[in-house]
Write a protein that binds this ligand. Structure first.
Ligand code: ADP
Length: 395
């Protein structure tokens, strides 16, 4: 059984064809610059290719992907009959979706009611579903939501201290994101740490250019740092994370800009990029800080300090922690970020193994045997998690 995993952005379409039994990735790629000039990066085994090709819309992109997958030379399957289901990544499922679903017309309508909550992402995700449904109408399409895993949060974690009607009228509350990753990583963390997932207290730090931390009790998310949108919480590559909400009116007045302009700045020009003026990539920030750039050092310190604060808060929220995981780009690969975070956690008895912390991108125990809480690298794999969910619902 082969599953095609599709992740549609407004101008991109990432895909992986995964064998559901062996979990082997047969082919993967990314259609970039959809609606502009168009380019497809494609990888099958050790063969990599880059194709400049017109991609006027998502429907054309998906048909080109299907052509590539079945191409006599570059392809990995002989016909489309060898794709048995498609798993789609959906950013926002609001309160409607607490788990993945098989998509039909009613489900699409329900997803559309969540579009207000993710105006940049959900419409693109739906375009991708429709294009794939048209190309492959006979197989099952499964929607896997970034928000679903966090639907188990209690009201005290998801409610904002705002007038109640904003929640009841508009659904203003914490939803949380990266749910597929937090779910996948926390399950694996429990296995690695020899814990019973259903009876454990775990903290997962997903530190990519988008970053969030979650508290997972007995296999259920009980709190997470991203909010109604992915803007809340940690300092990220380009996102500010937490700020005093009164700053918004203050800056809009001083700079004579609109709230939407400032929201764009908070999403795309803030975080370590805005603080340092150097880059949104943590590697560049670390290199610049090492060269004595004070703004880059401040950006690194804010990033790390906020991770420590959230771990501390979730340690208390959970009443302790049985294990902590680092995952995603910097979580898996940055010894510097992990070292600085773990040094800040000595108050809860965490001790880092310097040698182990040199490891990158692989499962590894980072803490010493006498550390009060074990800390692990657990590489995330959102595509595989989506493929598993899809296989579970489709067959
Ligand atoms: P996203 O999916 O949010 O774009 P990823 O999880 O792929 O992010 O993470 C990408 C980010 O991880 C990069 O922007 C970079 O800042 C960070 N990263 C990757 N490797 C390292 C490293 N060795 N040191 C520091 N940061 C790293």
């Amino acid at each position: 059984m082969n599953i095609l995993v599709v992740n549609c952005g407004s101008s991109s379409l990432k895909f992986q064809l995964i064998d559901a039994e062996t979990e082997h990735v047969k082919a993967s790629g990314n259609c970039e610059r959809i609606g502009l000039d168009g380019r497809i990066l494609y990888k099958a085994g050790s063969d990599k290719s880059e194709l400049e090709t017109a991609l006027p819309d998502h429907a054309v992109a998906i048909s080109k992907v299907l052509d590539l997958l079945t191409d006599p030379e570059k392809g990995v399957i002989q016909s489309l009959d060898e794709i048995h289901a498609i798993g789609h990544r959906l950013v926002h499922g609001g309160e409607k979706f607490a788990s993945s679903v098989v998509v039909d017309e009613n489900i699409i309508k329900e997803i559309e009611t969540c579009n207000d909550l993710a105006p940049l992402h959900n419409p693109a995700n739906i375009l991708g579903i429709r294009a794939c449904q048209r190309a492959m109408p006979k197989i099952k399409h499964v929607a896997v939501f970034d928000t679903a895993f966090h639907q188990t949060m209690p009201p005290k974690a998801y409610l904002y201290a705002l007038p109640k009607e904003y929640y009841s009228k508009y659904g203003v509350r914490r939803y949380g994101f990266h749910g597929t990753s937090h779910s996948f990583v926390s399950r694996r963390l429990a296995e690695l740490a020899g814990l019973d997932y259903e009876n454990s207290k775990l903290i997962v730090c997903h530190i990519g250019s988008g970053a969030s931390i979650s508290a997972i009790k007995n296999g259920k998310s009980v709190d997470t740092s991203m909010g109604m949108t992915p803007l809340e919480g940690l300092a990220m590559g380009t996102r500010s994370g937490d700020i005093d909400p009164a700053i918004i009116e203050f800056i809009c007045q001083k700079e004579n800009i609109s709230v939407s302009e400032l929201t764009m700045i908070l999403n795309k020009k803030s975080g370590v990029l805005g603080m340092s003026g150097v880059s949104s990539d943590f590697r560049d920030i670390i290199a610049a800080a090492d060269d004595g750039n004070e703004d880059a050092q401040n950006a690194f310190d804010v990033l790390v300090y906020r991770i420590i604060k959230y771990i501390g808060a979730y340690y208390m929220a959970l009443g302790g922690a049985d294990a902590i995981a680092f995952t995603a780009g910097a979580g898996e690969n940055s010894s510097e970020v992990r070292k600085a975070v773990m040094e800040g956690l000595s108050a809860i008895g965490i001790k880092m193994d310097e040698e182990a912390n040199k490891k990158r991108g692989e499962e590894a125990l980072l803490s010493t045997p006498d550390s009060k809480v074990p800390v692990w690298i657990v590489p995330t794999n959102e595509e595989l998690a989506i493929a598993r969910e899809t296989a579970h619902l489709a067959f």
